[in-house]
Design a protein around this ligand. Sequence first.
Ligand SMILES: Cc1cc2nc3c(=O)[nH]c(=O)nc-3n(C[C@H](O)[C@H](O)[C@H](O)COP(=O)(O)OP(=O)(O)OC[C@H]3O[C@@H](n4cnc5c(N)ncnc54)[C@H](O)[C@@H]3O)c2cc1C
Length: 477
Amino acid sequence: MEPVVVIGAGPSGLAAAYELATHSTPVVLLEQLPQVGGLSRTLQKDGARFDVGPHRFFTKNTEVFDLWKNLLQEDLLSVPRLTRIFYNKKFFYYPLAPMNALFGVGPLEAGQIFLSYFSNRVKERFSPTQPVSFEDWVVSQFGRRLFEIFFKTYTEKVWGIPCTQIGADWAGQRIKGLSLWTAFVNSVFKPQGNKIKSLVDEFVFPRLGAGMFYETMARHIEQHGGKILLGRTVTGFRHEGDRIRSVVARNGDGSTEEIEGSAFLTSAPLTENVMGFLPQAPPEVMTAAQGLRYRSHVGVDLIVEGNPFPDNWIYVHSREVNLARVANYRNFSAAMAPDERRTPITVEYFCFPGDAIMSRSDEELVELAKTEMHRMKVMKPDQVLSGFVLRNEKAYPVIELGYETHMNVLRRYIGQFRNFQPIGRCGMFRYNNQDHAIVTGLLAARNLLGSKYDVWSVNIEAEYHESGEVPPLNQSH
Ligand SMILES: Cc1cc2nc3c(=O)[nH]c(=O)nc-3n(C[C@H](O)[C@H](O)[C@H](O)COP(=O)(O)OP(=O)(O)OC[C@H]3O[C@@H](n4cnc5c(N)ncnc54)[C@H](O)[C@@H]3O)c2cc1C
């Protein structure tokens, strides 16, 4: 029996292979990197552990939570959340705490924030508008003043495009259910059973970093007969009629091999998958694939003396520095630090391939991170003991206005192949977190075991990230 071929050993690919191997279905997992975990992997350097930026484990899906718990057992820690925003040389608690925000911005600015919020609510009441962009959406929930202080700069640092060009559905995914009023009420009254994700002040986390969960999953797959081949980059999908026959994979030594399969689940970027179809996809499909963009993540990983700040991570909204966020892994799990004296941190930059940040050398980036952290007065340059750079070119699918038109073309095209299912974040071009990626992998695998799930409907309501529930794992009708 030909195996199922899964591409990418990130959360979605591993979840798919896990489900198939558990049900004794032959599966081969192909991963281009030398380790598993994808964007959720953990790197080890000089005794320290670094994730690809902060990776909190949070889900409302009980099946995913049980999977984390069952595979990690006592290695799944419960971590208190402290996250702050750095703006105008001051720190603000995130989620916003009114007294802290009031003292931070000053009473005059605070008054303007509330005035702008209420005037916007009145305007919306008499002439309601449908938000099109991220900016429209946030202004409608928080007012223009707060948007300009707390949302605009950070969002534009992350995405590299104006907030007017980012689709409102991205805001819906990230911060739905949270308005200025809700933030205020929550921080004053701290209601029980709070359902809003941005306000959750505890999360779970694997003791040795996010990747620990995926390494455990990989061991389970191999113990159940699944094959994981690292250092294999899939460059082509050979198809015939309505089926994919095989993939072409490039090995580390430059040689290629062709691997046949009964079905193909792929978490490699959707655009790359489609552009690698053999025979080639029609010109309009290739054009649509070229119309979608990804944002890159550049992590400057530093080992620093002492523990420079108490947060799990800090959002950096100030324009004076290029860095957008900084993560402190000791504050996730002390076991990620090499010893008592030293702390691993990641200074995070977001960019497009080839732009000013991406084109700097590793040494220049380490220097930039040191200088900028010093400018923020978070730590001194001589606290940095060592540093290296980790670049992930396709880290964030860019949900910009008009992207759906391209997506529709791509989905129509791949929809004709009966044994091909894209899964995960870049595979489905969705702004998904780990739990969603895992759910897409599980469901796609279950489709091969006889179920009928609509994998695209996971997260389709843009419901989950900051409020509602992950869709239950019901079958579609
Ligand atoms: C900076 C940052 C912070 C994040 N923070 C959080 C967080 O706090 N909480 C959370 O839940 N999620 C977080 N995420 C999201 C999380 O990392 C992703 O949702 C998750 O890793 C997606 O899993 P995936 O399997 O879909 O894709 P990926 O993790 O991207 O895995 C895809 C895999 O496919 C491999 N691959 C790609 N192309 C090929 C090819 N041609 N051939 C072979 N292999 C290939 C890649 O090397 C990779 O290993 C964060 C992401 C980033 C970038």
